[in-house]
Write a protein that binds this ligand. Sequence first.
Ligand code: PGA
Length: 256
Amino acid sequence: MRSYIIAGNWKMNLGPNAARQLTDQLLQQDSITSSAGTSTTVVVCPPYVSLTAVHEGASGSPILLGAQDCHQASSGAFTGDVSAEMLTELGCTWVIVGHSERRRDHGETNALIAAKATSALNAGLRPIICVGESLEERQQERTRQIVTAQVGEIADLLGQELITLCVIAYEPIWAIGTGLAASPEQAQEVHAWIRETLLHWTEAFVPILYGGSVTDANAAELFACKDIDGALVGGASLKAGAFGGIVSAAIGAGSL
Ligand code: PGA
């Protein structure tokens, strides 16, 4: 039986009231409420300000709470930042680090992302580390080089013990929010490269999620791929029916 992780990245959407409403709607999805008894893990990552509302709404349910980023230090003079320890206090057990929007808008490097993942693990959070190539890099046939360098640099800094505890998300930048998901073949090819790269650091199983325009319509074919262990979902995670459909596809794939 294969395990899947479905993580919703709400990005900068939904303040506390709207986040609570979506949580209530998610809990009306049979796939989500029944996921507890399956090998599928469901995580949602609302904005910081909505974490408490979602935590309260999802309490006692299979929905786990994650944040979209954390600072690498545990406290200090870092105006506007939030530490991993603070996130655990709000009920988080997961955190996304190194999303391409943060690499692009906040200049995050592989070294910083590795430091954030380390701090997350020290606080007891499971990091989802994002990697992926741009359209230009793909067109230049540099996808393998770019993605394995990102994974390798981060794994080098984390070392065997810590990389084993992480989750990787392969998110081609050209597929994020465009409606143009990678084909199952394109995604599987890169996932296999990532899997092979990780073997230099650990023989343990590290889940590799695909992200980029995942919907309830394309999820099943992606999850049928050998090395795709779930999804990091942006746009479709804001619609209860679509997110429920993606969870249902994972439960279906996991029961094969
Ligand atoms: P998308 O976003 O599903 O809207 O393409 C994915 C992500 O950015 O994590």
